[in-house]
Design a protein around this ligand. Structure first.
Ligand code: NI
Length: 175
């Protein structure tokens, strides 16, 4: 397993639409293992393959609490089959938009279909944090970031803030 570099806004690769995975095989699983390790290292609770520069429809997540055992989840070719009108506001963040958080509203429950780590089809309802996170990550597969749900002004402010943080970190590292 290896930790991969996470792409940061405004990297244009993040706007790419990812392609479906044809078969869940050992190569797919090796990528999912790397993604999980990269996500834990960051640390974060969700990561889409495009965030490490791979344009495939693959997501890893772990929504376990701090005091709970790890509960990794793997999603290949996820689709939303159904959602509800009821919207849930949630303060979101993203490993590709470091140190920036803003509230986004999404359907509180979504029915999803995906292939798991073994390539087995799963159909289930996701709700609350699970629903928020899978919708956020599925946006990535379509080249959409959570800041794209904000006003233009807020989005520009977010990107400027990220660029400033990245510059400061680079300076710190150079010292
Ligand atoms: Ni994200």
């Amino acid at each position: 397993m290896a930790i991969r570099d996470i792409l940061i806004v405004p990297n244009p690769q993040l706007k790419q639409v990812s392609k479906p995975v044809e078969r869940v095989d050992d190569e797919t699983r090796a990528l999912m293992d790397d993604m999980l390790e990269t996500m834990y290292d960051a640390p974060g609770i969700g990561l889409a393959a495009i965030q490490v520069g791979i344009p495939l429809r693959i997501i890893v997540m772990d929504l376990a609490g701090k005091d709970e055992d790890p509960a990794p989840q793997f999603f290949v070719n996820p689709q939303i089959l159904e959602d509800v009108e009821d919207l849930l506001p949630w303060e979101e963040g993203c490993l590709s938009v470091p140190d920036y958080y803003e509230e986004v509203e999404r359907p509180r429950r979504v029915k999803i279909r995906y292939l798991d780590y073994d390539g087995k089809e799963v159909i289930e309802w996701a709700e609350e944090l699970y629903a928020v996170c899978i919708q956020h990550e599925m946006d990535h597969l379509n080249g959409v970031l959570f800041i794209d749900h904000l006003s233009r002004l807020k989005r520009q402010r977010a990107i400027r803030k990220v660029q400033k943080t990245v510059r400061e970190k680079a300076l710190d590292a150079a010292e």
